[in-house]
Design a protein around this ligand. Structure first.
Ligand SMILES: [Zn+2]
Length: 461
């Protein structure tokens, strides 16, 4: 009896001690970040000295070189590039669009969708047909669609609390709408911007054509322009409502590019990895501040924080700047391919790609209720003082997704910031440094570093 009691007491005492150690370490991480954080200055450099960095562009190459130098300057144990071929799409001269009703021409804000083909040199003018879903397009069929410009105008569903879900359910219009409309003989496609905000900024993003299908030009139009066009279509005046647009984009040959990887090598398990990343590439309309400048900056900052606090990880800890998330995912695929080839055992991969807003917590991809319950029992209390304690099922990220197939046993984790403002700026000219809050960015970096520390110390099972 006595021995049992002593063992139980020792267990309780050591658990409490561990908790106290963890709690102290998290406090140190937050103090270091909030007093000496380098996120904001790094993001400023990336946005203002480099700027837009779409895959294959000279700016993307500049950002790669800058990222490598930054990691080297922090004294990480290993810093290296992973070569990968990426698509190279360019917008060309700025596009233009107009609503045309008889002699009346109303200019509207448009932006070519990523990977779209150009219009003919003198543009396209055609009658407009408004639809709200791919299903409606199928119902209307070629008889109604042929020769027209299809206008996809389904707005975000405001009932979703997490805006990412609204984006997910409206997104098919942009990813798949142009390819679907082309099958019915449409001349072009315009898509309501994927945002809830009503403003005059078009939000671009990639579209995907069928491999052997007809490629028709496709553009995003601002939500204000979409509302105006929709109400004009309802008025049924004497002249038909037409749309004119001209775009000069094209796809150049694939280009050699790179992921940037920085590592603190594990002291006990150098071949086990905990990775955090975001994507280095960004759309060409702005500075890619929230998408995904904040994600890569938080990733490198999380690793820097552990290093600067003198923490010696048991497992190898990596920050990865993935290339080409926006229009091809080639960087994420390459990272997973190399991880399998080099027999790297990935315990967990975290992605920050939902903006640099106030932290809420983390989502664990495909997690069972038992896993979620366990992780909350272990860590919720530790993260609670920092308001980053929402640990839920679901989450992940496009760059880390390919790791799932190549690294059995890996847990994919999405960093979850508040989602209400992300789509105000996402893929638009508004995605600039000025729209990032210093403190929110820093709190996110500290939350990610804290989770990496906890995973490194205690594992995920
Ligand atoms: Zn992104």
């Amino acid at each position: 009896m006595k021995l049992k009691f002593t063992l139980l007491f020792a267990f309780i005492f050591s658990t409490a001690l561990l908790k106290a150690q963890d709690s102290l370490m998290l406090r140190k991480i937050y103090d270091e970040e909030l007093v000496n954080g380098q996120c904001y200055a790094n993001l400023h450099y990336l946005c203002k000295n480099i700027g837009p960095r779409l895959s294959g562009s000279p700016n993307a190459q500049k950002a790669i070189e800058w990222g490598k130098k930054l990691m080297e300057s922090y004294g990480f144990d290993r810093v290296f590039l992973q070569p990968v071929m990426v698509p190279h799409w360019v917008r060309g001269a700025k596009e233009s669009g107009m609503i045309v009703i008889g002699n009346n021409r109303i200019p509207v804000a448009i932006a070519a969708l990523g990977m779209s083909v150009a219009t003919p040199a003198d543009g396209i003018t055609a009658d407009v047909i408004e639809v709200h879903s791919l299903k409606e397009l199928d119902t209307l069929g070629a008889a109604a669609i042929k020769g027209k410009i299809v206008f996809f105008n389904r707005p975000f569903d405001p009932r979703f609390i997490e805006t990412l879900r609204a984006y997910g359910t409206a997104g098919d219009q942009r990813f798949a709408g142009p390819a679907a409309a082309a099958k019915y003989g449409a001349k072009g496609v315009i898509v309501r911007s994927l945002t809830e905000s009503i403003d005059n900024y078009p939000h671009t993003g990639t579209t995907s054509y069928d491999k052997d299908g007809i490629k028709i030009p496709a553009a995003a139009i601002s939500t204000m322009a979409a509302n105006q066009l929709s109400s004009l279509l309802k008025q049924k005046g004497s002249s038909p409502v037409q749309f004119y647009f001209k775009m000069n984009c094209k796809t150049l040959p694939d280009t050699l590019s790179y992921n940037v990887v920085g590592e603190l090598t594990g002291t006990e398990n150098p071949n086990k990895f905990i990775t955090v990343g975001g994507h280095l590439d960004s759309w060409d309309l702005a500075e890619g501040a929230h998408d995904d400048g904040t994600g890569i900056i938080q990733s490198v900052e999380a690793v820097r924080l552990l290093k600067v606090l003198g923490y010696q990880p048991k497992n190898s800890i990596r920050a990865v700047f993935f290339i080409n998330e926006e229009n091809g995912d080639k960087g994420g695929e390459k990272y997973a391919e190399l991880a399998a080839k080099n027999k790297e055992d990935h315990i967990a991969a975290i992605e920050s790609d939902l903006g640099g807003f106030t932290p809420r917590g983390f989502g664990f991809s495909g997690a069972s209720p038992a896993f979620v319950q366990n992780i909350n029992l272990k860590w919720k209390k530790l993260l609670e003082p920092y308001d980053a304690d929402r640990l839920t099922a679901g989450g992940g990220g496009s760059d880390i997704e390919p790791l799932k197939a190549k690294s059995p046993g890996i847990v994919l984790i999405g960093y979850l910031p508040d989602s209400q403002r992300y789509f105000d700026v996402h893929h638009s000219a508004n995605d600039v440094f000025e729209n990032v809050n210093k403190r929110e960015l820093e709190l996110g970096a500290a939350a990610i570093a804290s989770l990496m520390y906890l995973i490194d110390q205690h594992g995920l099972n």
